[in-house]
Write a protein that binds this ligand. Sequence first.
Ligand code: DC
Length: 226
Amino acid sequence: MSRLDGKIVVAVDGPAGVGKSTLAIGLAREFHLTYVETGALYRAIGWVARERGISPDDEAALAAIAATLPIEFSLEGELNRVILDGRDVTTLLRSPEMGPLASQVSAKPKVRSALLDRQREFAKLGGTVAEGRDIGTVVFPDAHVKFFLTADVEERAHRRYLQLQDAGEDVSMAQLIEEIGTRDRQDSGRAVAPLKAAADAIIVDTTHLSVEGVLDVLREHVRRAL
Ligand code: DC
């Protein structure tokens, strides 16, 4: 508790496409917590590297970007705006090729260590809900409530399929299953801070639950912790 200065920290971890953002934003709004989308940090590093023609294998150059990344978040309704050096990059970071690139960048130990303190800085302002892959295990091992969300890969692919269809994009289920499966293996298989549940995490299988259903479960745990 001391390291967190008495302010509540909620960790939301889980694999790609499980609904972490929607749920973490739901908790942030309901309990007036600062929302920290750590995946956006890795996405932003990948994006800046690509803009500058830096290879996603150049660990030293990526770590330098991570250490100085001028990034800010602004939660507006259900949308987390990401501002990079004064420019709104929210949509750019969400484009389909940025997920795999972020995953590649995030496997570099020096990038992860450069981001560690920066992620903790976000939580200094007040109560926080942070989402990612290693929040409960590495970034905030003392978090008061730790959730680890799971869902079958087919279900996660189906959720993404519906989102993309809504956005007028045409992509096959088979392709999505393949992409999500690859990212799962990459994020879970890396040597540093792999995707895994903390020993004291509350594991919630969302496969057969609606967003509201999951939110009900999470809300109850946070309420008890407050
Ligand atoms: O949550 P997301 O899809 O925006 O994350 C993109 C990638 O960033 C993800 O595949 C792995 C990496 N990531 C990470 O390694 N650790 C985090 N805490 C958050 C994201």
